[in-house]
Write a new protein. Structure first.
Length: 256
């Protein structure tokens, strides 16, 4: 039986980024080339949550029907061998979809459907108890924790963010050095990115207290969400399977 890989981490630490980068870099033939096909599904999507069969789960609206049927036939015939399915955001599912007997997600994670399929699941720690139970029947189950940035990664991010403005970078370094309570938030990548952007936008006059920072963080996240819903875009993700004279290219919306 193929392996199940559980990737866990707190919100904003980079689980979704990891999932989508694996798919993108496989499509560019940079990594994971021992898999003939990599499929990434975002479990928060309503369309994905409505799936009750493997055919519905693997369905993609932008893929040619004939090609899709050929690929699904190949996957079924091989029981998913040499295929990596990445399920991003297991904690976004309801309890019934996480562990219910009728859940296609539970059946695939347990290996009841497509037993030779390799499954990678990302989740927040809150849902991991259910995930661990589902993985028990498998002979191979791996656990990975995404811990976010260390000091070196924080410095590297700051260097890159302020590479065109040394004076502003020095001001930012002084700012976080004098405020360890704010510096401690930057181990979470999304917090690091937002704090840096706030410092840039406020032109070196950032919030002085955690309360001020949280208010600005909340406003920034709300603005980003509003902009994203207004200008939802689809970006190409090359996922190519060559076999049985079939070549597939999927276009998948990825997390920004």
């Amino acid at each position: 039986m193929a392996s199940c890989i559980i990737v866990e981490g707190i919100p904003g630490v980079g689980k979704s980024t990891l999932a989508w980068q694996l798919g993108r870099r496989w499509g560019r033939k940079e990594i994971l080339q021992h898999f003939q096909l990599v499929i990434v599904q975002r479990l928060r999507d309503e369309r994905v949550q409505k799936a009750t069969t493997k055919e519905e789960l693997f369905h993609h609206p932008d893929l040619d029907t004939h090609v899709q049927q050929s690929v699904m036939k190949w996957i079924s015939t091989t029981n998913g061998e040499n295929v990596l399915l990445i399920l991003d955001g297991y904690d976004e599912l309801s309890s019934d979809l996480q562990v219910g007997d009728g859940s296609i997600f539970a059946r695939i994670i347990k290996g009841e459907e497509l037993p030779k399929l390799t499954v990678l699941v990302t989740s927040r720690p809150s849902a991991n108890r259910n995930l661990y139970q589902l993985c028990r029947p498998r002979s191979k189950c791996q656990y990975i924790e995404v811990v976010g940035f260390g000091e070196e990664e924080i410095r590297e991010y700051i260097e890159h963010a302020f590479k065109h403005n040394v004076q502003l970078k020095e001001g930012f370094m002084s700012y976080i050095a004098q405020r360890p309570h704010i510096h401690s938030l930057m181990y979470v990548p999304i917090n690091c990115a937002i704090i840096v952007e706030l410092f840039k936008e406020l032109k070196g006059t950032p919030p002085q207290t955690l309360t001020e920072l949280y208010i600005l963080l909340t406003n920034t996240l709300l603005q980003r969400h509003e902009q994203k819903t207004k200008t939802e875009e689809k970006a190409p993700l090359d996922m190519v399977y060559s076999g049985n004279n079939v070549c597939v290219q999927l276009w998948i919306s990825f997390f920004r």
